[in-house]
Design a protein. Structure first.
Length: 171
């Protein structure tokens, strides 16, 4: 019975796995050249396409923070960056410099006290509410060109969601 239950969980998880898609080259160019995030794997943990109009991407950093990059049109580098509820147009030089400063503040914020702990018994749970929502749903995780998606089949327990963190060589 235990083997059957384990097999069923594994099958359900394989059906619900998120697919990986390549990151658009324009997005990578904006992060590397305009936002000066070289090399990307030093800063970025994951990228997720947000199901929104105009198209946008949520960038997850290694320190648990995130920001959005919004594609505005056909013009070269026509992107907006949303960091901490403020938007910066990358075509305007002053906004670009302010975006880099805001991104630097985001990257240098201290880690939360229980960031990275995997054992729930080691840390206390904060049930004070607080946290905001997401900017949109949908989309899948993305992988960088030339990289193959990993096949992690670790089983999540009923209490915690599946871990969608990519390997460090994915970025």
């Amino acid at each position: 019975m235990k083997k059957l239950r384990k097999y069923i969980r594994k099958e359900i998880q394989s059906l619900h796995e998120q697919k990986s898609y390549p990151v658009p080259l324009e997005l990578m160019d904006v992060m590397k050249d305009e936002l000066e995030m070289r090399p990307l794997k030093r800063y970025i943990d994951n990228i997720k396409a947000v199901n929104s109009i105009p198209p946008s991407y949520k960038i997850f950093l290694h320190n648990g923070q995130d920001f959005d990059i919004i594609y505005l049109g056909d013009q070269l580098n026509n992107f907006k960056v949303r960091i901490a509820d403020k938007e910066y147009d990358l075509l305007v030089m002053d906004d670009k410099n302010l975006a880099i400063d805001a991104l630097n503040r985001l990257l240098t914020t201290p880690l939360p006290p229980n960031f990275g702990k995997t054992n729930p018994e080691d840390s206390e749970v904060d049930n004070t509410g607080g946290g905001g929502g997401t900017t949109g749903g949908g989309g899948g995780t993305t992988s960088f060109p030339g990289e193959e998606p990993t096949d992690d089949t670790e089983e999540p327990t009923d209490d915690e969601p599946a871990d969608t963190e990519p390997e460090s060589d994915m970025i």
